[in-house]
Every structure is written in C-alpha cells, then in structure tokens.
Write a protein that binds this ligand. Sequence first.
Ligand code: MN
Length: 423
Amino acid sequence: MIKANDPSLTSWVDVPLNSDFPIQNLPFGIFKTQSSTPRVGIAIGNQVLDLLMLNKLGFLNDFKIDDSVFSNPYMNDFIALGKSFCSLFRQRISNLLNVSNPELRGNKEARFRVLHSMNNIQMLMPVQVRDYTDFYSSIDHATNVGTMFRDPANALLPNWKHLPVGYHGRASSIIVSGTPFHRPKGQTKPADAESPVFGPSKSLDFELEVAFIIGKSTELGKSVTTAEADNYIFGLTLFNDWSARDIQTWEYVPLGPFLAKNFASTISPWVVTLEALEPFRTAGYQQEPKVLPYLEYTGEKNIDIHLEVVLQPEKGEENLICHSNYKYMYWTMEQQLAHHTCNGCNINIGDLMASGTISGPTPESYGSLLELAWKGTKPLKLTDGSERKFILDNDTIILRGYCEKNAIRIGFGEARGKVLPAL
Ligand code: MN
C-alpha cells in the first residue's frame, strides 16, 4: 500500500495543474449542496468527496463509523476519533481515489453520488470553535510594530524572546471565507483631539495568519510538552485576524486587544492535516537567548508554507500586495501550545490558535497593511490608480497559501472577506 503523502500517487479524479488539492492533500471541511444538510467532506481537485454518502454506500465499513459523525455541521466529532484513526482514514480515502483502484472509480452510480463540483456546493465553518487564542510570534512583525509605535532601538519588549506572547480572542465572531462583514465602529482618539470620538474605524487592517486546530482535549491541570504537542494538533487553516488599528491604539493599554479585534476573523474552510504538511517541515530560528527548558524542542518544527495576500477593490482586479511564509515564525506551534498549557489551562477539540501576523524580513513580505504602508506613510498603489493606507469599504482581502516540493502542491484554498460599509 502506498502511503498517502507519496509524491508518486495520482488520482482518477481530475486534478488540474496548480490545484491546491491533489491526492496527497485530502483536507477536511464542512459543506452542503443546494438540497443537502451540512456534512463532512474532503477536497480533491475541483471536487468535494461526500463522506456521509461514502459511509452510507459502504465504502468505509471497516471503520464502523456512525453516520452522525459525518452528518454534522462541524468536524469536532470526527476529530474526536483521534489522530491515529484519522491517519488510517486518510489512507483509506487515498486508496479509494488512487488511479489504480477501480473500487469507486468503476462504480459510476456511486461516483455520481459521492462527488460534487466545488461550483455547486457551499463551504461552512469547519469546526465549532469554543476558544480562540491569538499569538504574536513573528519576529519581523513584532519588530516592525515596536519600531513604529515605540522605539526602534528597543523594538521588542523584554519578554518577547522568552515567551510566545498571546491573548485570548473571541470565538463567536470567527466567520468562514466568503462571509462579508460591516466595518466596525468604536471609540478612537484622534491625535489632535482632547477627547475620544465614536464612529466607524478609519484604519481597518487585515492580519495574515495561519491557525492550528486542536485535535485532542486535555483535563484542567495538564500541561502539553513541546514533544507531545503534535499529537494535540489536528490541522491548519489560513486565518485573517481583521484589526481596527485606530480602535486598538486607544483601547489596548493596559490589558491588550479587545474590540479592535473581536468584530470578525476569517477562516479558510479546508483544514489541512498536520500529517499532509509533514514533508514541508523546515528548521526554525536559532532562539537566542536560550529558552526555558519547557519551551525547548528538537527537530525541524517550522513549516514552509508560501503565503499571499490579495486586495481586490470593488469591481477591480486582484492586486497581490504581500508574499510571506509561515516559516518566518520565531515561536513554533509546539512551543505556543506548550506555553499555553504550562499553567494547566485545558484545551478542547476545535479550539483555534492563531500564529499572529506573519511578516517576513523584506517589505513585500509584511503581513498587514499597517506595515506594508508603514503606518500610512507609504501608501500602496493599486493597478486601478487608487491608493491604500488601510482597507476601504467594499474592498475584498484574500489570503492564499500552499506548500510545494517534488512538484506536489499542498494548498489551503483561500480565506476571503469583503468589508461592507459600517451599519
Ligand atoms: Mn492577530
């Protein structure tokens, strides 16, 4: 049996060149058709494999899974079956879609019932997120922000290289790609004003992030080590942690982000398993000063994921405004999770932990408009002749991401969101 990640595998399902979803990926998501209820699916090429129907038709009989696990508006129950189970399951799907296996390929009626064109389905939130944490783990982002707002000579605060800084976000306002939202309103204090004012944010920004989804719960009091961490991570998504910079500037002292962040965060609908990403692991930063023992780790724990941000004005064309990479993270997921649980804080299946804005070392790799336009001092020029310091009404921001090696591309699809005028 050929392993699911093997680059030599091909599928009988057509996978267009540069598709994010070859047979080596097999990401999980929740979808519905015009006439169906929400259910768990897997992306392959431009199609979605309906796991509920596949189970009903007997192709998954060896696993003895109740239909209710798939006939479900969230993947949490499926994730709860465990990582070793999921690995065997992914292997079974890989075999079913393998070009040399006639089992499903040769059954025209079954094929018709289990495969849907992506054009005819709607993607929904992949998991029920009970808790959402946002880190601040890109050294270039933290340095840029510290340089802009504090002191270029001491851009990183004293704790930054000793712990992965984070805050608790808001799970209720996480929305799936394609869901528009209204520009947030709030309290700001213009630089030349004596008192604050209330109104729509004038400095709405995106944050290019990658999130990981917790795949195994813990009891209160338990700490997860860096060595165990991967067993608690189901998979990754793209994540846009929209931010209202003017609201943030006024409100964040001393307790950190609040209403500047919790009005909306956009998640990509396909969860790429950590297993599919393993071939793209790469070495992380040399951490100096040396971290405390509970944050030490061994092996290559960063992941080489190309990331892009596109800004599309209303009725305009796509403008590629940023190229970055998940490998620019100073703190790894494993360290983030070890730190998050070092005090005994429990985690639950479906919890979402986001990386923080991922900026690289060069100006075109900055993961927010705040940095790309350098606090409004270097406006971006778009192809339609207009300029952007921050996001305007009716602009759409699209995050895209993919790994590539041995001519295999493991992609994430996109996290897309349109900003509507304030209500
Ligand atoms: Mn963020």
